[in-house]
Design a protein around this ligand. Structure first.
Ligand code: SAM
Length: 290
């Protein structure tokens, strides 16, 4: 066993001292991601962010390079959980992909309201998976309160939003955002829904009422539902491998009644065949439970 006072090899302590090339980081991710049920293609664009976090992790562990980190992963299964967290991408913003939310507000939500009313249902239930800092579920809440509620009298909206990142959920609970997070939100809604406090835009309390947050890893559990609208955007169908995608689609299908709407990220698609969903708009990545 090493004596604790005997230093072996190099032990860099600052992030600047950790040297690995972008190519080495790519090779490492191409090895590690499939072992986490994730896919390299999804991470290609955001690899810089993950490599930066890896550099910090190596500095904390006082490891010289990614080969040493691979050894650590071979020896300590707990380190895989930390690596999984390092691979979490948390980018989001309000009204992300305007065309999608424009369509949701003009077509999808009014049609859902009408369908539900015909069945005597009074609650429109929405699930936002991988909800980030709340930007996505709050966007639905804003659309509802400012546009849909007056057109759907007697109907209430309930939004359940889940994420496995405690930091993101804390931001969601705080409800205050930089101007950049709001840049896609139509101006009149920004004015109606936010107050400027200490240089940040804080969502007014009446726009938070419909949304409840829950810390959950969707690989392990998904709320039971039933849900009439599910947003699963820029997570599963970008970063998960095909097995993971199929498992989640199957789980979602059990929580959505026929006619319920599933919304993916604008550039995401369901895996082909046998998903139990039909395409409403391929271009906007909107699907309907068959
Ligand atoms: C790229 S953000 C997308 C946020 C939002 N859906 C959007 O499209 O703007 C992905 C979110 O999924 C969360 N996430 C990642 N892995 C998750 C998992 N296994 N279970 C639940 N949430 C997860 C991250 O913490 C992050 O907030």
């Amino acid at each position: 066993m090493d004596h604790p006072l005997v230093l072996r090899g190099t032990h860099p302590k600052s992030v600047a001292a950790i040297k690995f090339t972008s190519a080495a980081c790519t090779a490492f991710l191409q090895w590690a991601l499939p072992r986490l049920g994730l896919r390299w293609a999804g991470f290609r664009r955001v690899r810089g962010q993950v490599c930066k976090r890896l550099r910090r992790r190596l500095a904390t562990l006082e490891l010289a390079d990614l080969a040493a980190y691979r050894n650590r992963l071979d020896q300590e299964t707990e380190e895989w959980k930390i690596l999984d967290r390092l691979c979490r991408i948390t980018i989001s913003r309000f009204y992300r992909n305007r065309g999608v939310f424009d369509h949701l507000r003009a077509e999808v939500l009014p049609a859902l309201c009408q369908d539900l009313r015909q069945t005597g249902e009074r609650h429109l239930r929405c699930l936002s998976l991988g909800c980030g800092g709340g930007e996505e579920p709050y966007t639905i809440g804003i659309i509802w309160r400012l546009e849909l509620a007056p057109r759907c009298p007697g109907m209430t909206l309930e939004i359940l939003a889940t994420d496995n990142d405690p930091g993101s959920l804390a931001r969601a609970a705080h409800g205050c955002y930089s101007a950049g997070s709001l840049r896609d939100l139509p101006l009149q809604w920004r004015v109606a829904a936010f107050d400027l406090q200490d240089g940040v835009q804080c969502l007014r309390s009446e726009f938070r009422r419909e949304v409840a947050f829950l810390e959950q890893d969707l690989r392990e559990e998904i709320p039971f539902g039933p849900f009439h609208l599910v947003l699963c955007r820029n997570l599963v169908f970008t970063y998960f491998d095909e097995d993971g995608q199929r498992r989640i689609v199957k789980d979602l299908a059990t929580r959505m009644p026929p006619g319920a709407i599933l919304l993916l990220g604008k550039h995401e698609r369901l895996p082909p065949d046998g998903t139990g969903f039909e395409t409403v708009s391929a271009h906007l990545a909107i699907y309907k439970r068959a």
